[in-house]
Write a protein that binds this ligand. Structure first.
Ligand SMILES: Cc1ncc(COP(=O)(O)O)c(C=O)c1O
Length: 356
């Protein structure tokens, strides 16, 4: 056999690759590690799936996802040419990094944030400017907009992952004012927050807002996300997307889920309530819990040994997410589950602390 010779681009050869959260095969565990929703998707999704005409699968899906994008655009009060849909918001992020980063077009983000961003930048061979968040609290530094000057793309997750906190609207506006490049506000968790950046779109044509159906719509397994921006940016993103990036079932079921805003609101309300209860209970146990506007909390146990707490919970079949590292290693990220899930987590936590 001819010996293998790597033909990968040097950037790809050197790439460590993104580490997604564990998707364990074991059943009977409480899975709180990838910010999924503990409640089922809207009953409207059941309807679509039950009545879907399989014969439609012979044909390619709509490459432009028109019906879905139109529903989203109507809700946002914009024209459909300002909306693009993707196979999860990770697909949207891929389009954005393909479009706006390159070896001479740097990328900037806070640190810590969603760890996929630097991986996508590395695939493009783009330099990464990381601006550490201020502690305690993981706040955006006051001079953030100045420190990301020169970046062609700046991404902020708002609420931020894995820290859960949000950033002041005034800071986002300041960034949009000062930034010469494109500003991406990743609103994967915005449905769980008190506000969002939709109102800034009218003022800033270089602003992109991305959203996902994975969290608040309980559709992580379906893979659906979207972005809203100016018609110019959306038209450019269409040029780099995979032609048929959304299958026909996802387009139909996603649209049905989106139209059921009452169901979304109810679930979000339940999760916010549990988030507040968990925050208070962990704080009472001596944890440092970063104030969260998302469907998870970032919490450091009293001895700040995030890894030991993570391992203990895992051994008891409760899976949370641990991010090794100087700053993040003190904490674990806990997805908000059902009240029963949170009761079990708290029971184990009290037992853990009593036996340390
Ligand atoms: C900040 C942030 N953006 C985007 C995503 C990706 O979501 P999706 O499932 O839509 O690809 C995640 C997933 O955890 C996330 O935390």
């Amino acid at each position: 056999m001819k010996p293998y010779r790597s033909c990968f681009r040097p950037e790809i050869e050197a790439l460590a690759g993104y580490q997604p959260g564990e998707q364990p095969r074991m059943t009977n565990l409480i899975k709180l590690n990838t910010n999924e929703n503990p409640y089922p998707p809207s009953p409207q999704v059941d309807e679509v799936l039950r009545h879907f005409d399989n014969d439609r699968l012979r044909r390619y899906s709509d490459p432009d996802s028109v019906a879905l994008r139109t529903a989203i655009a109507e809700h946002w009060g914009v024209t459909p040419d300002r909306v693009i849909a993707g196979n999860g918001s990770d697909d949207i992020l891929t389009m954005i990094f393909r479009s706006f980063t390159a070896p001479d077009l740097p990328f900037a983000c806070p640190d810590p944030t969603y760890s996929l961003y630097p991986v996508l930048a590395a695939m493009q061979g783009a330099p990464v400017i990381r601006v550490p968040l201020d502690r305690p609290g993981f706040h955006l530094p006051a001079d953030f907009a100045d420190r990301v000057q020169g970046a062609n793309l700046v991404a902020l997750a708002r609420p931020n992952a894995p820290t859960g906190n949000t950033f002041p609207m005034a800071a986002i506006r300041d960034l949009c004012e000062k930034c010469d490049g494109v500003v991406l506000i990743d609103e994967a968790y915005a449905d769980f927050a008190d506000d969002n950046c939709a109102g800034l779109l009218a003022d800033y044509p270089n602003l992109i807002i991305s959203r996902t159906f994975s969290k608040s719509y309980s559709l992580a397994g379906m893979r659906l996300g979207y972005a809203v921006s100016s018609p110019e940016i959306i038209a450019g993103m269409f040029k780099v997307k995979d032609s048929y990036n959304l299958d026909a079932v996802t387009q139909a079921a996603g649209r049905a889920a989106y139209l059921d805003q009452d169901y979304l609101r109810d679930n979000v309300q339940k999760i916010r309530q549990e988030r507040d209860r968990l925050t208070a209970a962990l704080t009472a146990c001596g944890f440092e819990v970063n104030p969260s506007a998302a469907n998870f909390v970032f919490a450091a146990p009293p001895d700040r040994d995030g890894e030991a707490y993570f391992r203990y919970l895992r051994q008891e079949a409760v899976i949370v997410r641990y991010f090794p590292g100087d700053v993040t290693g003190d904490y674990v990220r806990i997805t908000i589950g059902t009240p029963a899930d949170m009761d079990r987590l708290l029971e184990l936590t009290r037992h853990y602390l009593a036996n340390r």
